[in-house]
Write a protein that binds this ligand. Structure first.
Ligand code: HDE
Length: 713
């Protein structure tokens, strides 16, 4: 599939764009419609509707005189502009959203009365917002960070917000520590840097004093924290929730989103470079996939269990720093989530969407997870601050799509106002008296019986901090384990205080001695004594295949991107064969060329480029090919960006296809002697097919040992 459009091509005309001939109705993000007369442009008006004659000049006394206060058009315009910003989210500020639907594929009527899980085949509208946590709204996409995976499902019995992450556990066990944890990771308050990074003293100081975070740290230091695309990452509800059936019987549940195109991440050196080359890498990727019709898709899976399982499980199911391995409790796939529509307006939808963990429909309920309980307080509070009014549910993106009827009224920006006399209940106005409660359909909480003293106490059952961290590590392939060691070493190398570095390594000794030694060695640090552990590590937990990205990679290159570096005179047949093979694989490609105008192939055909070589480094692609004429290769060999293109692709263990003529570039880049079996010469159509097939492995990890000093240590 050729990438037909450059990003930025919305499927329909953007609001405010010049209007050509023909009548059309345009709908504003707020739902209002603007009539566009046939052949005419719409008249500019003030917000009060007064037509505007001149939008270029303020009202003045004489052309060079002072401005006049009575210029209401100018005042209104500037006033509105001055108030365009709302507070960014205190965490998860940088995010990107899209619309879609959830479709039930397996009924859960046996365990929950939740309406969304009753009828197989039924679709429920959805809005999803992905995000990073630490960076501000304008930060870059490929920070090493947890990704938010927040799903709003507009069910027939109210909105259900499953506000999850791409990592199934969390840093802390009690919500009261959240402000400290977030303060520690965000830029230091005196200097306001570093931005969108965890590689600094404050973060590691907090972490090394908070051993419960170590399991999450293993995930955050793994390649899970630098995903290739939102489309290729998992999502998790993290906490244990409850399903309730019509009789109020409870089943515990953990939620999983599994990407149809399987898992993929980038490598750290690549992430750093992507952030420079395209800070919008993830949002652009999502936009491009949806607008080209390659709709991202996830399966919804549930792990269901009862109290008896909870009582025998090695860890406390209320502890959000623990997961339940899929091998121990299988994930039952019950539906699919498809994102098929980009937003019309980023602010109206993605910025104003207000997720609240406490938004659950009848049939879904909370557990006592202390983090979840704290979140249930926090999100409503946060939305009032961000959106400025308790009427944020009136904003179209937040409004339920099912009927609503209640007696809430007034407040800032009230858009839905009660009609009639009765605004209280009970009342005796009969049918005109408004809505009544429904003891059968209405939401009911699980009738849990709670006992115990009023106290501030962390349960003993939460005290094991290292066993699952170790289980995560040993579940990884060797290359993934190496990346974890590299990441911790890198992060701690940015920590200025040696005692903080040592304190962190003292915890690693409880997770894995080899990891601790590798990190200590990488830092040039004597191995510290092990930290004091609340509980000894259980070393016998079996590896879980589900925790590795590499073991859960795709078996095709579909949805991935080739970068094809072309020059004038490049072999046309080879190029055609490569494009055909990429299309067949359902992969996309972009042409990179010395000039954005493109190249003239060996058969005289002109091919446009999507990237000029300086703006299209190989980090933007999953695999690259170089098809050059001898003259073109000589030209590229003298260009630093072209040399980086191949050396980076090589260093990042990518598959590289090349026409024999391009070898001059590899020579000059100093790669020729190192070319390995993942560097594939393209001469015939069958070479091209072999190359595309080889690319399905995504990376040739064996190479990393050759190009990384740490691997040789
Ligand atoms: Fe959040 N979190 N969080 N969080 N969270 C917010 O709500 C909070 C936690 C998550 O795309 C805030 O609207 C507390 C875990 C996502 O709009 C705020 C605690 C998980 C998003 C808030 C947590 C998340 C948020 C900030 C500890 C994964 C972005 C802006 C108890 C399961 C949603 C906002 C979006 C956003 C509070 C921990 C996921 C401040 C107090 C655990 C995906 O209310």
């Amino acid at each position: 599939m050729t990438k037909g459009k450059k990003s930025g091509d919305a499927p329909k005309k953007a609001p405010g764009a010049p209007v050509g001939a023909g009548a059309e109705m345009r709908q504003g993000a707020g739902g209002e419609t603007h009539q566009v007369a046939g052949g005419d442009v719409v008249t500019l008006t003030t917000a009060q509707g007064a037509p505007v004659a001149d939008d270029q000049n303020t009202l003045r006394y004489g052309a060079r005189g002072p401005a006049l206060l009575e210029d209401f058009h100018f005042r209104e315009k500037i006033f509105h502009f001055d108030h365009e910003r709302i507070p960014e989210r205190v965490v998860h500020a940088r995010g990107y959203g899209a619309h879609g639907y959830f479709e039930l594929t397996d009924s859960l009527a046996d365990v929950t009365r939740a309406d969304i899980f009753q009828r197989v085949g039924e679709r429920t509208p959805a809005f999803v917002r992905f995000s990073t946590v630490a960076g501000s709204k304008g930060s870059f996409d490929l920070a090493r960070d947890v990704r938010g995976f927040a799903v709003k499902l507009y069910t027939k019995e109210g909105n259900w917000d499953l506000v999850g992450n791409n990592i199934p556990v969390f840093f802390i066990q009690d919500a009261i520590k959240f402000p400290d944890m977030v303060h520690a990771v965000k830029p230091a308050p005196d200097r306001e840097f570093p931005q969108a990074q965890s590689a600094h003293d404050n973060f590691w100081d907090f972490i090394s004093l908070t051993p419960e975070s170590l399991h999450m740290i293993m995930w955050v230091m793994s390649d899970r924290a630098i995903p290739r695309s939102f489309r290729f990452m998992e999502g998790f509800g993290v906490h244990t929730f409850r399903f309730l059936d019509a009789d109020g019987h409870s089943t515990f549940v953990k939620f999983h989103w599994k990407p149809k195109k399987r898992l993929q991440s980038v490598v750290w050196n690549e992430a750093v470079k992507i952030n420079g080359a395209d800070p919008d890498f993830h949002r652009r990727d999502l936009w491009d996939a949806i607008t080209s019709g390659d709709f991202p898709e996830w399966e919804l899976g549930v792990q269901l269990f009862d109290q008896a399982f909870a009582d025998t499980f090695t860890f406390d199911v209320l502890d959000p720093t623990k997961l339940i391995p899929e091998e121990e409790l299988p994930v039952r796939i019950v539906g699919r989530l498809v994102l098929d529509r980009v937003v019309d307006n980023f602010f109206a939808e993605t910025e104003q969407v207000a997720f609240c963990t406490q938004n659950v429909p009848p049939g879904i309920d909370f557990s006592n997870d202390p983090l979840l309980q704290g979140r249930n307080f926090s999100y409503l509070d946060t939305q009032l601050k961000r959106l400025g009014s308790p009427n944020f549910t009136h904003i179209p993106i937040n409004a339920p799509k099912c009927p609503m009827a209640h007696f809430q009224q007034d407040g800032h920006m009230a858009m839905r106002n009660p009609i009639g006399r009765a605004n209280y209940e009970p009342n005796s106005w009969g049918a005109a008296g408004g809505p009544r409660e429904d003891p059968v359909r209405g939401f009911r909480s699980f009738a849990a019986e709670e006992t115990g003293p009023k106290t501030r106490l962390r349960p003993e059952s939460f005290a094991d901090h290292y066993s699952q961290a170790r289980q995560f590590l040993i579940s990884q392939t060797p290359i993934e384990q190496k990346h974890i060691g590299d990441a911790i070493t890198f992060e701690l190398s940015k920590v200025e205080r040696p005692d903080i570095r040592a304190r962190l390594v003292s915890h690693l000794r409880h997770i894995d001695e080899h990891l601790a030694a590798t990190v200590a060695n990488g830092l040039g640090l004597p191995l510290p004594e092990p930290a004091k552990a609340a509980r000894p590590t259980i070393t016998g937990l079996p590896p879980s295949e589900a925790l590795s990205i590499v073991k859960n990679g795709p078996d095709s290159f579909a949805g991935r991107k080739f970068g094809i570096l072309l020059t004038d005179g490049a072999d046309a047949a080879l190029f055609d064969a490569l494009v055909a093979a990429a299309d067949k694989e359902k992969a996309v490609h972009e042409i990179v060329a010395p000039k954005i105008g493109g190249v003239t192939l060996s058969d005289g055909r002109a091919v446009a480029a999507q990237q000029k070589i300086d703006g299209g480094p190989s980090v933007l692609f999953d695999a690259v090919a170089v098809i050059a004429s001898p003259e073109g290769a000589a030209l590229l060999a003298g260009d630093a960006a072209a040399k980086d293109f191949v050396t980076d692709a090589f260093a990042h263990c990518k598959f590289i296809g090349y026409a024999e003529e391009a070898i001059a570039l590899f020579d000059k880049a100093g790669l020729t002697a190192d070319l390995d079996e993942a560097c594939i010469v393209l001469e015939t159509e069958s070479d091209v097919q072999d190359f595309v097939q080889a690319c399905r492995a995504l990376r040739f990890w064996d190479r990393e040992a050759k190009v990384d000093l740490d691997a040789k240590a």
